[in-house]
Each structure stands twice: as C-alpha cells, then as structure tokens.
Design a binder for this molecule. Sequence first.
Ligand SMILES: *[C@@H]1O[C@H](CO)[C@@H](O)[C@H](O)[C@H]1NC(C)=O
Ligand SMILES: *[C@@H]1O[C@H](CO)[C@@H](O)[C@H](O)[C@H]1NC(C)=O
Length: 281
Amino acid sequence: MSKTPLSFTIFLSLTLFFFPSITASSITDRYLYGGCTQQKYTPNSPYESNLNSMLTSLVNSATYLSYNNFTMVGGSQQDVIYGLYQCRGDLSMPDCATCVARAVTKAGDMCRGSCGGAVQLDGCYVKYDNATFLGVEDKVVVLKQCGPSVGYNPEGMGSRDAVLGGLAGSGGPFREGGSGVVRGVAQCMGDLSYGECQDCLSEAIAKLKSDCGTADYGDMFLGKCYARYSIGGAHQASKAHGKSGKGGERTFAMVIGILAGVAILIIFLAFLSKICGRQGK
Ligand SMILES: *[C@@H]1O[C@H](CO)[C@@H](O)[C@H](O)[C@H]1NC(C)=O
Ligand SMILES: *[C@@H]1O[C@H](CO)[C@@H](O)[C@H](O)[C@H]1NC(C)=O
C-alpha cells in the first residue's frame, strides 16, 4: 500500500537534488550582449601580452572583489590597455569569479584579434579596450528587451512603477526591490561616482517605463548601468526557453537527472518486490 508514495518521494527528492544546482549556476551565466572593436592588434605584439595579463587579472580579482579596474602598461604608450569587471551586487564571491571567468572566455572567443571587447552575462560584465573608458559615464542604450504586454492592469503597473521608483530613490551601485509579484534590480558599474550612478539609473529607469509600457518584464542596459524588472517571475520563464547553448546543456542535464532518478526507482522497486515476495512465503 505504501509502495507508490515512498518510491515517489525518493524520485521527487532525487529530481529536486539534480535540478536546483543546475539552474542556479546557468542563470547567472546567461549571455545578454557583447561587442568587439573593429581595430585589430598585431599578433605576438606587446599589446597581445598586455591583453593576456589583463584577462588574467580580471579573472583573479573576481575571486575576492565584486568590482575592479586595471590598466596594463607594458611596451610603449600605444600598448596600454584598460579593463574592468562588475559582478551583480548580490552574487557571492565564488559565483562572481565563475561568472567573470565565463565572460572573459566568451569575450576572448568572440573578439579574437580585436583591441577591445565587452560582454554582459546575467551576473557580471567585463570590458577591456585600448581607449580609456574608466570613470566615464556612458548612457548609450546597449540592450533593450521588453516582455509581452500583460495589458493595462492598474494594480500591476502601479506596483511596477513603485518598485522602479524605489530603485531610483535608493543609493549605492547595487539596488533591488520588490512588491507583490514585481521584482526589480539595478546596477551601476563600480567606476561611476555616486552622482553619475544616480544620473545613469534615473535615465535607465525612465526609459524602461516609457519603452516597455505594460510588458511583463523589461531590461534596460546602458553603457555604464542597468535597470530590470519582472512581474510574476516573467524573466524566469523567458530563461527556461532561451535558445542559447546553455539552454541545451541544461535540458541535457535535466534528462540525465530524470534518467538517473528512473533507474534508481526501478532498482528500488525490484528490491522492494523481492522483500515483499520473501515475506509472502
Ligand atoms: C587602439 O589600437 C589601434 C590599433 O593598434 C589604434 O589604431 C588606435 O589608435 C588605438 N587607440 C588608442 C586610443 O590608443
Ligand atoms: C581603479 O582602481 C584603483 C585601485 O586599484 C582605484 O584607486 C581607482 O579609483 C579605480 N578607478 C576607477 C575609475 O574606478
């Protein structure tokens, strides 16, 4: 009589064991945007070795700081390279380091031979270039995404606007807020001053409201800051059917998890029927 519920409990705990660890790491690694400079450097030049030390420094630093900037000087003045990374303020240090390592790998692959590159993943941002951009405010829209409209719902839109207002009003480079089913998050790059961060986020938030209207989620990434919101976990849903390579990996991992669960379930049932058979004699 208790055979089914017990095996089901085991199956459920197995699948729960396999799923969360997989989704937690892949969400922060999701690729959002990136770009490379047109200019190329000369292979095996001092610039290339500066670039390599830059990428190594970014990855190493992310194991203990959520923001840092570097200037690599080596060779002559034209070999100077500038770089920074910024992890989302709520990431733990190991997650920050993993994210920056992924972003650096992505930029390296995507921008092979280019003087500069930038990559934004869900959990972190990296940028390097031979023209300095450190400490320079940049409000150019680099990525705008709006979810499907949920229609005009005064209550939902009211909370959305209240959450965004809260983000605009609070201080610091990382801000998050929520009300009911609405979640909001905002982040400035660590090289902006308090005033520049405030100015950049005010603009991102105003654009988010005007451009995304009644969408169930919105992302507004400017050069040096971003603001995002979602209603009822809309982002989570959009992540699940993302068409990046990561999605495929995640599906594969889930299939393996389910197969492992089913295999253990069968072994367990076989074992159970053996015991029951013996007791029956
Ligand atoms: C960056 O490097 C490229 C190629 O070497 C060069 O043409 C450009 O002038 C450099 N920019 C700066 C700001 O040094
Ligand atoms: C770059 O990093 C140095 C310390 O490593 C810091 O003193 C400086 O303020 C930083 N510059 C910017 C623009 O964040």
